[in-house]
Design a binder for this molecule. Structure first.
Ligand code: ADP
Ligand code: MG
Length: 395
């Protein structure tokens, strides 16, 4: 289990290990650059980002690290240390040019990296050698994919500086995921990985892209992440379907997105909508409202109110959006059934992955034990603190 204070050390250790692997892999080169970008946990505001709504994530102490150096041969050499990544883990290709752009292919993991390289906002990119390593669980709903993209972008900034615009950086990483990994994700994951702020969750308005930091630093409060360690394979197809249904609902109501629709509008149009589409929209509209209310509750340090909204969010994701699963429901039920637990919910896209639980520090050990005892699978726990976004590390 990750201790809260372990974050900085864990990042340092991961970097040192990655440097060792770099030297082993490329004995003729010495690394000159090291960067890190975090994964995230979303406290509330699920499936709202692609509806131009609000989200409230925080950056994690878990990171993806990229270590490497420029080369003069115009070749890009990549290696990932991730055991779960598909083979081959090492590959080489020429740095892209206008005449010779990159395109997605196999291995799948490299598409996240290639997409960032192809869409990078400065040129000409020189060749380089890089090793990537991560302590964000892959596919666990803590956004290893965005942390990989943002880490790679941050690495490229060191070898070929862009204008430093952070919003454009996040948008470029999102574009990489859309076009190279075929995942039509919203903006939350890349945004928080770029802009995360120590001791704060960020309320992000996904329409205006305005970011409001909300302090989350109470020593009596713990953000506990529980990984179900399951991932149902539906995720790939279900996400675009949900997105499509949201667009359909907005269109039927004559609006650009569900952000512009209130519950009264939706109720008035209920008979014109397919039952399932109605339920999807009801989740999104209620979740956008819950997210701003939750941010206010957090500002006021009203953790019981915040927790209540978390549970409502979970129930809405389970019943109206239908993206939960038995394992996530079990974890939330086990977490909630004891003292000192403010709230708990599934976090991330759904169908597996993680839950997030807001719990009194004094109750955290008991809560973990209870979840272990009751969960039908094997869970992994992370006690986390809001951490900084992407950064350059000192070698
Ligand atoms: P999540 O972002 O929630 O972890 P995704 O399915 O969006 O889940 O992204 C996981 C995928 O991202 C992995 O299957 C892999 O292809 C890629 N990935 C993430 N981190 C790494 C890494 N360190 N090395 C190689 N591939 C990675
Ligand atoms: Mg992802």
């Amino acid at each position: 289990m990750a201790e809260p204070e372990a974050g900085v050390d864990a990042c340092q250790r991961l970097m040192e290990e990655t440097v060792r692997i770099f030297r082993e892999t490329y004995p003729a080169c010495e690394p000159t650059i090291a960067v890190a970008a975090p994964g995230r946990v979303n406290m509330i505001g699920e499936h709202t980002d692609y509806n131009q709504g609000f989200v409230l994530p925080m950056a994690l102490p878990l990171v993806t690290v990229v270590v490497g150096c420029k080369s003069t041969d115009g070749v890009i050499s990549l290696l990932t240390t991730a055991k779960e990544a598909d083979e081959p883990k090492r590959l080489e290709f020429p740095a892209p040019s206008e005449a010779n752009p990159l395109s997605p292919g196999l291995p799948r993991w490299a598409n996240y990296v290639k997409g960032v390289i192809q869409h990078y906002r400065a040129s000409p990119l020189p060749g380089f050698k890089a090793v990537m390593a991560s302590n964000v669980p892959l596919g666990g709903g803590l956004s290893s994919s965005a942390s990989l993209e943002v880490a790679m972008y941050t690495f490229l900034q060191q070898i070929c500086p862009d204008d430093g615009d952070l919003v454009e950086k996040a948008l470029t990483c999102q574009k990489a995921e859309h076009t190279f990994a075929s995942m039509p994700c919203g903006i939350m994951d890349q945004f928080i990985s770029v802009m995360g702020r120590k001791d704060h969750a960020l309320l992000i308005d996904c329409r205006s892209l305005e970011v409001t930091p909300v302090p989350l630093i109470d020593p009596n409060l713990v953000v506990l992440i529980t990984n179900s360690n399951v991932r149902h394979t539906l995720t790939g197809s279900e996400y675009p379907t949900r997105r499509q249904q949201c667009m359909e609902a907005a269109k039927a109501l004559g609006k650009e997105s569900l952000r512009d629709v209130c519950m009264a509008d939706l109720e008035a149009a209920k008979t014109c909508l397919e039952a399932e589409v109605y339920c999807r929209a009801r989740h999104v509209i209620s979740e956008i409202k819950r997210t701003t209310e939750a941010a206010d509750a957090l500002k006021a340090r009203n953790y019981w109110e915040f927790g209540k909204l978390m549970v409502q969010s979970h129930n809405s994701l389970r019943d109206d959006y239908e993206v939960s699963c038995r394992e996530l429901d079990e974890l939330v039920a086990a977490a909630m059934d004891g003292e000192g637990v403010y709230g708990s919910r599934m976090t991330g896209g759904g169908f597996g992955g993680c839950t997030v639980t807001l719990v009194d520090a004094a109750a955290v050990e008991k809560t973990i034990q209870r979840i272990k005892d009751r969960y039908s699978g094997t869970a992994t726990f992370y006690i986390t603190k809001p951490s900084n976004g992407a950064r350059v590390l000192k070698l």
